[in-house]
Design a protein around this ligand. Structure first.
Ligand SMILES: [Zn+2]
Length: 69
């Protein structure tokens, strides 16, 4: 059995944070559709737990919104 590891990355195009499966090589942004190269991205958060991943995404997204004002 393989354990999936998830991470949070931020799109370089539109600054949206979202969760990905860290075994993928590229991740397509759900907002603008840009392909992000996972190996070149900074992984802002890593977890094995999907619920924890969701919480991390909303926290990071909140920070991005605050810092962009
Ligand atoms: Zn994007």
């Amino acid at each position: 059995m393989t354990v999936k590891k998830y991470g949070v990355i931020v799109c370089s195009e539109c600054n949206r944070a979202w969760g990905i499966d860290l075994s993928q090589k590229t991740a397509k942004c759900p907002q603008c559709g840009k392909k992000n190269d996972v190996s070149k991205k900074k992984i802002l958060y890593q977890t094995l737990d999907l619920r924890e991943l969701q919480q991390a995404i909303s926290k990071i997204q909140e920070k991005i919104i605050k810092s962009s004002i």
